[in-house]
Design a protein around this ligand. Structure first.
Ligand SMILES: [Zn+2]
Ligand SMILES: [Zn+2]
Length: 84
């Protein structure tokens, strides 16, 4: 798990800005609880891993036009392709 404020090795796939690990970045399945994730200065957050649910992921947009991200998970190492 990254430490608070740690910069992701990958920039935001949506706007190209750097992403930093932040506490309470995304809302998880419980309405009053928030999960840690990478977040850029425009408020985009990292994608959850489809396999283990971790937000410790690096994502980038497919170079071909299409609604897909590649997501590499820092927890389980799974390499996934997910919809934007
Ligand atoms: Zn962004
Ligand atoms: Zn995972």
């Amino acid at each position: 798990m990254p430490t608070n404020g740690e910069r992701s090795r990958h920039d935001c796939p949506d706007c190209g800005r750097p992403m930093y690990w932040s506490e309470a970045a995304v809302r998880n399945r419980y309405p009053t609880e928030y999960a840690e994730a990478y977040r850029c200065t425009n408020g985009h957050t990292s994608q959850p891993c489809p396999l283990c649910g971790s937000n410790d992921t690096a994502a980038w947009a497919d170079t071909e036009p299409g609604p897909l991200y590649h997501v590499i998970c820092g927890q389980c190492g799974n390499d996934s392709v997910v919809n934007k």
